[in-house]
Design a protein around this ligand. Sequence first.
Ligand SMILES: Cc1cc2nc3c(=O)[nH]c(=O)nc-3n(C[C@H](O)[C@H](O)[C@H](O)COP(=O)(O)OP(=O)(O)OC[C@H]3O[C@@H](n4cnc5c(N)ncnc54)[C@H](O)[C@@H]3O)c2cc1C
Length: 394
Amino acid sequence: MREVTSGAGRAGRRPEKTAAGGGPGYNPRVSQSIKIAGGGLSGLATAVLLARQGVEVEVYDRHRGGGGRFTGGWQVLENESRELDALAELRAIGLAPDFPAIPATRALFLDGSERRFEVASAAPYAYFVRRGGAEGSLDSWLRRLALGAGVVLREGVAAPPDADVIASGPRQADGVARELVFTSDLPDTVAVLFDPAITPTGYAYLFCLGGHATFGVAQVRRVRRLAAAREAAWRRFREVLGEFDVRDGNEHGQFMNFSLPRHLRGEDGRWHVGEEAGVQDFLFGLGNRLALRSAGLAAAGIAGRWDGAAFRSTLLRPMRTTVALRFVYERMGRRAFAAFCSRASRGDFRRFLIRLQRPDAAKDAIARLVMAAWRERHGCRHTPLCVWCRERES
Ligand SMILES: Cc1cc2nc3c(=O)[nH]c(=O)nc-3n(C[C@H](O)[C@H](O)[C@H](O)COP(=O)(O)OP(=O)(O)OC[C@H]3O[C@@H](n4cnc5c(N)ncnc54)[C@H](O)[C@@H]3O)c2cc1C
């Protein structure tokens, strides 16, 4: 076990007693000191926000050095689900975003009929960020903030059973992915393949920025075909982008969680954040921004300022909307994907996605119908907070 502290910030700071807020039926949990299970995005962000309010915080992570399950690949901090810029949102939460983030305003979409579509936006539709323990990653930024706030990091150990906040990532495979992280001579490229014949219910991507590349495939259904999808998608990218070097490759499988939580605090007073709570976008599996948002909501709740209205409007309703969008996505054939790519390439891509994902009464109605049809009826492995999840694939 390794204990990492900044050596500063803790001395002389006597935390005040703070009671957790919450809806009726919740037992307030008095929090002079807090143990957090999981030092990924949501766990570290919660830790930073609490430590700055004088709470003594310990974060337990079974991986050493930060970055958890990620090994240095590119991910996006999406900037297309709402008008508010993702970096401005982090500032508003209290997490100054001083990490390397590459704004993305262009991408190449490939459809199932070998056509190419260039999409573009005036403002970034996403920020590219690195994941993993290396310097410059999103994870190392939060680790630095945590140490600066006096958080004690206990690494290389499993979380204790009495942790107050659970932030340990996915609990069951609601979707699966394979990723190859490598070094390449490929010029800067952001390419996404939407071909239901290759990646049914999913998509494939190849990002290369500054010679650092990430290729991945993700699927929610027909997951046994993931290996075949990986091969076919790789071939397609090779055909379209031409020959390129693949050096220092590191390939690994991953899984992801999606379930709708009724609250971020369970009946036992524990808080759940990030993907462990099911918090993730069900359409594309983008969970970074929502994980950080859930940390902001939970930290406020632990400090006695739970905002149920913000939880419903900024987390629950947008997540429910993605259930409706996923239903449509899975019913799209090759032609519909071609139409989607074509439509996305005709206007401002960010504005197109914001409109697509804006919650409204029609999407709420579709989501209600889809949730009834897809509901898991045989029990799930999600947290006790789960009020809805999709039936697992048999
Ligand atoms: C291949 C892949 C690509 C993705 N790409 C994107 C993307 O481009 N954009 C996006 O927004 N989202 C993406 N996501 C989703 C995103 O990574 C997650 O939503 C986000 O990391 C969730 O943060 P978290 O804090 O909940 O969990 P994590 O970041 O997974 O952190 C969980 C932490 O808990 C630790 N842990 C687990 N169990 C224990 C235990 N028992 N004891 C102690 N520690 C434990 C782990 O080591 C880890 O550090 C991707 C996911 C995958 C799998």
